[in-house]
Design a protein around this ligand. Sequence first.
Ligand code: NAI
Ligand code: NA
Length: 396
Amino acid sequence: MIIEPRMRGFICLTAHPKGCEANVINQIQYTQPKGQIKGPKNVLVIGASTGFGLASRIVSAFGAGASTIGVFFEKAPAEGKTASPGWYNSAAFQKEAKKAGLYAKSINGDAFSDDIKNKTIDLIKKDLGKIDLVIYSLASPVRTNPKTGVTHRSVLKPIGQNYTNKTVDFHTGVVSSISINPSTEEDIENTVAVMGGEDWQMWIDALLNAGVLADNALTLAYSYIGPALTEPVYRKGTIGRAKDHLEETAFKITDTLKKLNGKAYVSVNKALVTQASSAIPVIPLYISLLYKTMKEKGIHEGCIEQIDRLFRERLYTGQEVPTDEKGRIRIDDWEMRADVQDKVAELWEQATSETLPAIGDLQGYKSDFLKLFGFNFSNVNYLEDVNENLQIEELQ
Ligand code: NAI
Ligand code: NA
């Protein structure tokens, strides 16, 4: 069929298989020519189909030559409906990995469940033996705890007080004021249950108990800090509590991995347009000003540039991994540079519906958003009839 973007609120209901393939190939072509990373051999990526997780899988495979198992939760194509973008991304990834002679298999299902953990362990035992890098890159609004059966929903709210600030509807470019009510104690607990470190720990416990982690195994999860501007709704809000928990979990997991001499790291990444970040109020306006500023300074990065730098300049340099005073790897260093943040804060004051097209990178935001769904790639013919019923090879 001929596939066009169909927007509803902050999501796009359709995805384009050819555009998703272009997205994957562009990322491969970024990391591959930089030469082989002396890195991991067998990598498990949990949340491998979009955003930072997909980039992590691509750098592992095409940067380090690793065998990869990817776990994700994506919608298959159905009668008259396209699949979700992560489905097509994974179909394209599998195809490219096969062409390159790289082992790659994927598992589609709820990573929070015991069932998917067991399935993953069985596959590792059957095909790879042991894993030396586990990347945990889930972003989800909901999690059912397999031990209690309770379903938790995360919320994006400030804690303790109302938060009012500017926000933009990036589809229309209208800047308005948004007021968000403070969370309840229950909201905080639920958000920590979904986006905190409990499931990461469960994964590592399960993998360790099954004997499928190699000596010196590393595991990595992704966090965000951001500027004072977004603090009430991000780092000091409900999601920030979850990130605090995730970061604390890294130390616990390092303890868990002691007998293997393994280690857990949290990497603090840059704010980027992904399906997860588009849903957070205020953040899209910040991102559009940040993009403008970082592009002007020639230091803008997307997911693949971030993760490639994480592997080549932080994790696999042959030297000790550099971290901040809280033990975190920082690849948000350029975003957090004083000259960048000062500029963004100045632009923030000026941002209105009228000024934003000139002072912000709304076009870049929109373009990146469409690209998440496989639209807006210049080398794809969107008038062409394409097979939306694409399947993922080596889907377990
Ligand atoms: P994303 O929405 O692009 O990717 C989420 C991934 O999780 C997808 O592969 C999806 O299939 C998978 N997933 C979701 N629920 C699942 C489930 N129940 N079972 C199995 N797989 C499931 O998100 P993004 O932005 O790449 O986020 C990944 C991590 O990076 C998150 O921890 C996020 O907080 C963090 N991060 C994001 C930043 C941003 O600006 N986007 C900045 C810094 C950190
Ligand atoms: Na991801």
